[in-house]
Design a protein around this ligand. Structure first.
Ligand code: NAP
Length: 420
């Protein structure tokens, strides 16, 4: 069935989140589209939804409740509707503004680059936001994982990820090589594939703006611009320059660039002021390992952010517990960082923590902070009690290995047991 004819029915109860000038207007019963995803997606999404519902019910005593709106995407959508990402699903997310998703399988080979990239591009979700903090008890490869507590803002629409590239030997690649040689006197080997790395002032500034706003709202101490500007001056270097510019021009009274902090205040940052600094990407990797406590909010380009956020996630326990949000100016889609792990599909085995923490981010985005804290605390409590799924159990001596659904039940019980 062609997807244009697919009609989705929103839940009968619940209201739309509205985009107003002053920000989002969140009803007490927001309709939230949910993409179950592929492989282990349905299991982790179901577990997370149970925990999110329990946290909301216990926090707000029935005054607030999410009206979940299942929308198709991924393999199941392909099978049922002939398209991986139906227009009706995109339209639902656009209309209802905030959504949560499970992981989706990316078909290998040509055709579709990635469902996630398509989702980000279509809805212009330009900031991929990944908080990385340690949950006590979580196995970690570093000695002091508690010293890392950062939020990475990764640009999501530009860079080599924009998909402007041509295969070696294609007419486009040959033509580009000719243009480079004839018009720019630049030699490129004739058997090269060609990729283009666009980084714009608009894209960079709106990403850094979002990171600074987040830092101000959440009383964080610094925003670090991570770039490779020493080598790629007009893309990565420009990202750095535009970052400092937006801090100065739009948040001059709330931020201070590193140079000024040194020159005027002997390196001490005045109270209620956010330090803006920058670090070259390769150095950033060792900084996060050696002096993680010196970093707070990180803003970076797409490719740097991809590497950095997985490396940082490894320090606090790995992909099974890392969550992220794809955010635009109003729209946001929350998701776990891990993929669809098809080999474990339907086994009630994998860790739903990352999807639950995606739920925590979503609750924060809705402004339902108390429910977010309740859910995060419950996950912490269950992990600290050493009741964990297989992935953590194999690294935690003395732990009790449980299934996805039993872990979810333990989290729900911890929510119910928390003081009101
Ligand atoms: P993956 O699905 O993340 O799985 C890799 C390994 O990570 C698993 O075999 C498992 O390790 C561990 N793992 C992942 N999720 C886990 C969980 N919830 N609990 C416990 N362990 C977990 O990566 P992949 O195999 O490279 O990718 C599979 C598919 O997912 C691909 O089609 C890929 O494109 C897609 N993908 C989608 C997203 C997304 O939708 N956002 C993100 C990444 C990848 P062990 O087997 O060692 O236990």
């Amino acid at each position: 069935m062609p997807s244009e004819r697919l009609v989705l029915r929103p839940p009968e109860r619940g209201h739309k989140i509205l985009i107003a000038e002053a920000g989002l207007r969140i009803p007490d019963d927001p309709i939230i589209p949910v993409i179950e995803g592929d492989g282990i997606g349905p299991e982790v999404v179901h577990a997370a939804a149970r925990a999110i519902d329990a946290a909301i019910a216990d926090t707000f005593g029935g005054r607030r409740k999410i009206a979940w709106y299942p929308v198709p995407a991924g393999e199941k959508a392909m099978f049922q509707y002939g398209e991986l990402l139906p227009q009706a699903t995109l339209a639902a997310i656009r209309e209802y503004v905030v959504a949560i998703k499970g992981p989706m399988t990316t078909p290998v080979g040509g055709g579709f680059r990635s469902l996630n990239v398509a989702l980000r591009k279509t809805l212009d979700l330009y900031a991929n936001v990944r908080p990385v903090y340690w949950i006590p008890g979580m196995p970690s490869p570093v000695t002091h994982p508690e010293r890392l507590d950062v939020v990475i803002f990764r640009e999501g629409t530009e860079d080599v990820y924009a998909g402007i590239e041509w295969e070696e030997g294609s007419p486009e690649a040959i033509r580009m090589i000719e243009i480079l040689e004839k018009e720019f006197q630049t030699q490129v080997r004739p058997d090269s594939g060609i990729g283009v790395k666009p980084i714009s002032e608009t894209g960079s500034k709106r990403l850094v703006r979002k990171a600074i706003r987040y830092a101000i709202r959440n009383r964080r101490r610094s925003v670090t611009l991570v770039h490779k500007g020493n080598i790629m001056k007009y893309t990565e270097g420009a990202f750095r320059a535009w970052g400092y510019e937006v801090a100065q021009d739009e948040f001059g009274d709330r931020t201070i660039p590193w140079e000024d902090a040194v020159r005027k205040y002997d390196g001490k940052v005045p109270a209620d002021t956010i330090l803006i600094k920058d670090v070259i990407a390769d150095n950033m990797f060792q900084q996060l390992l050696l002096r993680p406590e010196e970093y707070d909010v990180l803003a970076t380009t797409n490719l740097n952010g991809d590497y950095l956020s997985d490396a940082a996630a490894a320090q606090i326990g790995g992909l099974g517990v890392a969550a992220g949000g794809n955010m635009g100016d109003a729209h946001a889609v929350f998701e776990p960082v891990h993929g669809s792990a098809p080999k474990y599909a339907g086994m009630d085995k994998v860790n739903p923590t990352a999807e639950m923490l995606a739920g925590v981010m979503m609750l924060e985005y809705l402004g339902w902070q108390d429910a977010a804290v309740r859910l995060r605390d419950a996950v912490r409590k269950v992990v600290a009690s050493k009741v964990v799924t297989y992935d953590l159990a194999r690294q935690m001596p003395g732990s009790k290995e449980v299934s996805t659904s039993v872990f979810a039940q333990a989290v729900v019980e911890a929510i119910h047991g928390a003081p009101r």
